[in-house]
Unconditional design. Structure first.
Ligand code: FES
Length: 143
């Protein structure tokens, strides 16, 4: 069997194996719909964790990260803010925009203040704000 024959048989076999799954809607790779961003993830209700801000994206003003369903950002003033990460429109994680000190959804451009209040739709529900407390390089994020 040469290479061409091998790939022809393997390719046909894989297609034959996936076809029934696609028809039944089982194989996620067959779908172009991204259900992970179609429904907002509820804001975490009870939160209490710590982050080391001596390294990584929170080491510099303007940096942010998403962890435990929360976006944690370091403002231009060096203070820390935290809100639920999942956009209340369709669930895409929001980004921190240091220039405007707000959170922006990259999906449909909803905007939220630094405290999570909707300032531009299509989102109509606020993000949940969490408390932050810095001791040395240890940042506590809690509800
Ligand atoms: S998912 Fe955020 S604005 Fe639509």
């Amino acid at each position: 069997m040469n290479r061409k024959d091998f790939f022809a048989k393997v390719g046909f076999g894989a297609a034959a194996a996936l076809l029934p799954a696609c028809i039944a809607g089982i194989a996620s790779s067959c779908s172009s719909d991204s259900s992970s961003t179609s429904t907002p993830v509820p804001a975490p209700a009870s939160v209490d964790f710590i982050l080391d801000v001596s390294t990584g994206s929170l080491n510099a003003n303007g940096g942010f990260l998403v962890t435990n369903g929360i976006v944690v950002a370091r403002t231009n003033l060096g203070t820390f803010i935290a809100v639920s990460a999942s956009c209340t429109h369709e669930g895409t994680n929001v980004n921190y925009n240091v220039s405007n000190n707000n959170f922006v959804c990259p999906n449909h451009n909803a905007k939220f203040s630094s405290t999570g209040v909707v300032t531009q739709g299509p989102a109509s529900t606020n993000l949940k704000q969490y408390n932050t407390s810095l001791t040395g390089n240890t940042l506590r994020v809690y509800s």
